[in-house]
Design a protein around this ligand. Structure first.
Ligand SMILES: O=P(O)(O)OP(=O)(O)OP(=O)(O)OC[C@H]1O[C@@H](n2cnc3c(O)ncnc32)[C@H](O)[C@@H]1O
Ligand SMILES: Nc1ncnc2c1ncn2[C@@H]1O[C@H](COP(=O)(O)OP(=O)(O)O)[C@@H](O)[C@H]1O
Length: 195
């Protein structure tokens, strides 16, 4: 796992140092696609699986950060990285590349760049799938009470939180939002009581 992570970090940095996120959008996308396949060789599986979670600008403004972090901690997941960041348009365009032809795309980019977001990486067994369940459905109206979107929002364009939808997306998004040095390795004491 450690070797896998080291390989991952070097590859991510190599790509970013070579091209940078400031490069033009299609090239940046090509680099990230390449990155995600390189990331796929990492050891982020089993209890080491990781996901990217972001409290969106509305979630930060509405003081939901603590509540959201609390839910992931109490569930038993381990926090690997966390930062408050005002995302650039380049970063957001890359993040939402697959939605680029949707009619709501430009409002989505404005919404996501309207204020800081809290970007996080959480780790644990099946964390990608479980986090999506904890978030609820994309449209809050379809989200059950007890989920984050089901408890804290009503409109799809203000749905307070993002979570990676697959292990592959998680790897790509973590590489996009974080530098290797921002991902922390630490022993979580309660682990023996969770696994
Ligand atoms: O990537 P995240 O943000 O987790 O979202 P998602 O996986 O649940 O959902 P989509 O990719 O389909 O959509 C991305 C985001 O775009 C926004 N969005 C989706 N459909 C929308 C719509 O019809 N009108 C406005 N915004 C929409 C909303 O904030 C979604 O979270
Ligand atoms: N029909 C829509 N109208 C406005 N915004 C939308 C719509 N669908 C999705 N979005 C926004 O785009 C984000 C990303 O969408 P998507 O990736 O499909 O879902 P999710 O966020 O659940 O992964 C959503 O979280 C939401 O903020």
């Amino acid at each position: 796992m450690l070797a896998g992570n080291s390989v991952l970090s070097l590859e991510c940095w190599f790509e970013f140092d070579t091209f940078g996120l400031s490069c033009r959008w299609p090239q940046a996308h090509a680099v990230l696609k390449l990155n995600s396949s390189l990331c796929a060789v990492s050891g982020w599986t089993g209890v080491n699986e990781r996901t990217f979670i972001a409290v969106k600008p509305d979630g930060v403004q509405r003081k939901l950060v603590g509540e959201i972090v609390r839910r992931f901690e109490k569930r038993g997941f381990k926090l690997v990285a966390l930062k408050l960041i005002k995302a650039s348009e380049e970063l957001l365009r890359e993040h939402y590349w697959e939605l680029r032809n949707k009619p709501f795309y430009s409002t989505l980019i404005s919404y996501m760049s309207s204020g800081p977001v809290v970007a996080m990486v959480w780790q644990g067994l099946d964390v990608v799938k479980t986090a999506r369940k904890m978030l609820g459905e994309t449209n809050p109206a379809d989200s059950l009470p007890g989920t984050i979107r089901g408890d804290f929002c009503v409109e799809v364009g203000r749905n307070v939180i993002h979570g990676s939808d697959s292990v592959e997306s998680a790897q790509k998004e973590i590489c996009l939002w974080f530098r290797q040095g921002e991902l922390h390795r630490w022993e979580s004491s309660p682990n023996n009581w969770i696994y």
